[in-house]
Each structure stands twice: as C-alpha cells, then as structure tokens.
Write a protein that binds this ligand. Structure first.
Ligand SMILES: Nc1ncnc2c1ncn2[C@@H]1O[C@H](COP(=O)(O)OP(=O)(O)OP(=O)(O)O)[C@@H](O)[C@H]1O
Ligand SMILES: [Mg+2]
Length: 290
C-alpha cells in the first residue's frame, strides 16, 4: 500500500463494541500483513490499552508524570514547536508496541480538559481539524498501512476531530433487542456529521456486534439492517461470545486465545472477513482529505 488508510470507530451510543471492533479489526489487518496503528481518543479510561494489557504500565507513567508528551499534546498550539525541539523520536515515543502486532497511541486523562479547550477555538475547521493535521504531518511519514481511531460514544470536539481525520466511519451496532430507534439514530448521526463538516464523511461499515445467533430477534434485526444499509453492512455479523469478554478482561483480543470456544472462533472469523472488506472499501473510498 502506498498511502496510509484511516478509519474511525464511532456511534453516538455507549457500549456497542467500538473498542472491541477497533482492536479486533486492527489485529485482523495486522495478521493479514498490514502495519497497523490504533489510536485511543475514546476517553481517559484507557480501554484500548487495556484490551492489549498495556494500560497498567502506561498508567504508572501517567501517575509519575512521565507520560508527556501524550495524545493530548499533539492537539496543542505548541505541538509543532515541541516536535521540532525534540525531533523525530518524540512521535515514536507516543506509541506503544503490543504483543499482537499492532501499535497503539494510548489515551490520556487530559482528553477531558482538551475537549473544553477545543471549545474555545472559534474556527470550526481549526477546532475539528487538529488531529487530521497531526496524522498527516507526523503519522503518515511513519508509513503505517492503516490507522484506526477509537472514539467515545458521545459527540465531542475530540470525537469530531477523529471523524474529520478519518472521514471513513466504522459503526458497531448492538442488537440487544429489536431496536428500530437505534437505526434511526444512526441515520440522524450520519446526516448531522455531513452537515457539520460540510464535507464527505462516509459510513464505511456497519457491524452488527454481539448478536445472539440463536434468537429470532437477531434474525429480524439483521434482516432489517441488511435491507436498510445494504451498501455498508459488514459481510459477517459478530456473535456474542463470552470468550471475547473474558479475553478483554485478561488484556488480550480473541485472537490470542489458544483454545477459543465455537462462538469466539466465529467472532474471529467475522472480524477477519470484515477487516478484509474494510481495507477494500477504504482503498476504494471516494471521500477525500483536504
Ligand atoms: N461480540 C462480543 N461478544 C461478547 N462481548 C462483547 C462483544 N463485543 C463487545 N463485548 C463486550 O461488551 C462490552 C462493551 O464493549 P466495548 O467496550 O467494545 O464497547 P464500546 O462501544 O467501546 O463502549 P464505550 O462506549 O464505553 O467506549 C465490553 O465488556 C466488551 O468486552
Ligand atoms: Mg470504547
């Protein structure tokens, strides 16, 4: 691949599997031979780093004031000057390597304050465009094949920075019950994104996640989703799997499980196939970066 592909995982709703999808799609891409960077803009709790078992260590750095610069620093006015002063390594120092072939740029408690600071910037492109510029100027030269950005389940200045930077959105939806309103909300969100940015932002993939394959409710939900989002729905729904939860609690993805359950095996296959489709779609994506 010649240019770095980008996508952000987002829906204006908590707990649908955004972090799980970011981690598993990322690892699936890495296993397909791509160089992958995962970015956590999803909040101070460090969920993405936890998913790879590297948060405890990073949190200690934060607590002993050694985690500077960090993901919030790259949004600041002073970032270019900092990067110039400390040189190329400063960017590499932001990044943690994991034992699942993906690199991560972890979140930081300063993300909350950052959101308020961004509010002070009047110019919309400036307020929402900082992370885009950081990726273009400092991450693209590192020549990753794919950057996946994990976003919070709320619309904030930070999540808008992620959407603006990626332009392509991966949307995990969780059919806990047959919930038509979730589909409607998604539609409204997409429209709101388009009008807010006045630029192409595209829902690249809707992933039904946490589906209980045994129920008729799930069938009805999937049928409705496939009908309404025929262009964008992921090739394979990701089943609900206790092993996926257990793996996360143990600081790893389901790909690291040595004896996965049948549902975990199905979840892995779904993420592998969906990751292939995601890369294809990103390569063909029409939405341009300005
Ligand atoms: N397919 C799945 N099977 C079983 N558990 C899952 C599945 N997908 C996600 N989970 C679990 O559901 C919980 C929520 O998932 P996750 O943290 O990925 O959601 P999120 O959208 O990132 O949430 P938030 O909005 O809080 O960031 C986690 O405990 C996760 O392990
Ligand atoms: Mg999350």
């Amino acid at each position: 691949m010649t240019e770095t592909l980008r996508a952000a995982t987002y829906i204006d709703k908590g707990g649908t599997g955004k972090t799980t999808a970011t981690a598993h799609l990322g690892v699936a891409c890495a296993r397909q031979g791509h160089e992958v960077l995962l970015v956590d803009l999803a909040g101070k709790q460090g969920d993405l780093a936890k998913q790879f078992g590297v948060w405890d260590n990073y949190r200690q750095h934060i607590e002993s004031d050694e985690a500077w610069p960090n993901v919030t620093t790259v949004f600041q006015d002073e970032w270019d000057a900092i990067a110039e002063k400390f040189g190329e390594e400063v960017v590499e120092e932001l990044i943690i390597r994991t034992n699942e072939r993906v690199d991560i740029l972890p979140s930081h408690p300063g993300l909350d304050a950052l959101d308020a600071e961004l509010n002070e910037i009047d110019d919309i492109r400036e307020r929402y465009g900082r992370f885009d510029r950081f990726l273009t100027d400092y991450i693209d030269p590192l020549r990753y094949d794919i950057v996946l950005i994990d976003l919070p389940g709320v619309s904030t200045n930070v999540s808008y920075n992620g959407l603006w930077a990626a332009r392509n959105v991966v949307v995990p939806v969780k059919p806990e019950k047959f919930d038509v309103s979730q589909l409607r909300r998604l539609e409204a969100d997409i429209q709101r994104m388009q009008s807010t940015f006045d630029a192409g932002i595209e829902v690249t993939m809707v992933i039904p996640n946490g589906v209980d394959l045994r129920t008729r409710l799930a069938d009805a939900y999937l049928d409705a989703l496939r009908e309404e989002y025929s262009e964008t729905v992921a090739p394979i729904a990701v089943p609900d799997s206790q092993d996926v939860r257990n793996a996360a609690a143990a600081g790893q993805t389901a790909f690291r499980l040595s004896s996965p359950s049948e549902t975990a095996e199905k979840a892995r296959r779904a993420f592998v196939r969906n990751a292939e489709a995601l890369v294809d779609r990103l390569q063909e994506s029409e939405v341009q970066r300005v």
